[in-house]
Design a protein around this ligand. Structure first.
Ligand code: ZN
Length: 79
């Protein structure tokens, strides 16, 4: 899961959009909380595995392109 954590902090938009759940292989919901202690989450809506990172020091590079919250895993964002 450390790779996933590094990815959501430093990955490009292109890398982020290709993240799949390491447990079930489906798309994940990626969330950046820009206020308070600043948190990053990558959680699988299907099997609920994933992780949250608190205290992110800077905005990840993908936020400007993809927004604060989106789902990876294909052309359809809502399944
Ligand atoms: Zn999953």
């Amino acid at each position: 899961m450390e790779t996933l954590g590094r990815m959501v902090r430093h990955g490009s938009a292109q890398e982020i959009i290709n993240i799949r759940c390491p447990n079930c292989g489906k798309g994940m919901r990626i969330t950046y909380v820009p206020h308070g202690k600043k948190a990053l989450g990558a959680v699988c809506p299907s099997c609920l595995s994933g992780k949250w990172i608190n205290g992110v020091s800077q905005e990840p590079p993908w936020v400007s392109e993809l927004g604060n919250s989106f789902e990876t895993g294909g052309p359809s964002t809502e399944v």
